[in-house]
Write a protein that binds this ligand. Structure first.
Ligand SMILES: CC(C)(COP(=O)(O)OP(=O)(O)OC[C@H]1O[C@@H](n2cnc3c(N)ncnc32)[C@H](O)[C@@H]1OP(=O)(O)O)[C@@H](O)C(=O)NCCC(=O)NCCS
Length: 197
């Protein structure tokens, strides 16, 4: 039987919390609070095992970073179900939901870039998803030694073959054009300079 992906409901909150925080305790994803999950419940998709009291065995959610950019966050699949395609199906369902909600880009920060690449995401510079950096990363204790890779998928029209465009497709960020984020990146990386006079 194929596990059904569905919107999360109130009865899923305890097992959802337990699943996410089990991996958070291993330092491979960020913890969530019960209140935070309840508040954002309409943005979660889950797979639940009806034979185990509807316990959540897979989950993920969408977090809006701007009106056009949304993040896939808190993606988790129970150890016993990993490697069977559930994680991939959850990401695909979240991307579909992002498209339905009218977002232009979906991003993720991950330790599993190859997994996201196979699903159509492209590796991008962390600063090309700067709303995420400013809203969340700067509060993270691992900000200066971040080991996660920024991934992006463009949901807008794909450029036609042969079109004169060297920007790539999935990696091109319409929202944060080069000129907009480059000064931020330079400011962040720049060492203090001696001033003339
Ligand atoms: C990352 C995670 C969500 C992936 O979930 P998953 O259900 O194992 O994902 P899938 O089964 O779709 O894909 C996992 C791998 O199994 C392979 N796979 C997919 N379907 C398969 C099948 N039917 N049989 C065997 N292998 C399969 C895929 O090729 C994939 O390989 P890859 O990782 O090299 O890309 C899961 O490992 C997890 O919860 N990890 C801990 C939490 C975590 O790291 N979360 C953050 C993610 S950003």
């Amino acid at each position: 039987m194929i596990d059904q992906i569905r919107p999360a409901a109130a009865q899923h909150v305890p097992s959802l919390l337990a699943l996410v925080n089990r991996f958070a305790a291993q330092n491979i994803m960020l913890p969530r609070t019960e209140e935070g999950i309840r508040r954002s419940l309409p943005d979660w998709l889950v797979v639940a095992d009806e034979t185990q009291g509807d316990a959540v065995v897979g989950c993920g959610c969408l977090v809006a970073l701007t009106p056009t950019l949304v993040e896939v966050r808190s993606l988790a699949v129970a150890e016993s179900r990993q490697g069977t395609g559930l994680g991939g199906r959850l990401v695909t369902a979240l991307v579909d939901e992002a498209r339905i909600r009218g977002y232009e880009q979906v991003c993720a920060l991950t330790l599993r870039p190859a997994f996201f690449e196979r699903l159509g995401f492209a590796v991008v510079d962390r600063w090309s998803i700067s709303p995420k950096v400013w809203q969340a990363c700067i509060y993270c204790p691992k900000f200066h030694r971040c080991d996660e890779v920024a991934m992006l998928m463009d949901l807008t029209e794909v450029h036609g073959a042969g079109e004169d465009d060297d920007r790539g497709s999935a990696g091109w960020n319409r929202l944060l054009k080069y000129g907009a984020w480059q000064p931020l990146k330079l400011a962040y990386q720049k060492k203090p300079e001696k001033r003339d006079g």
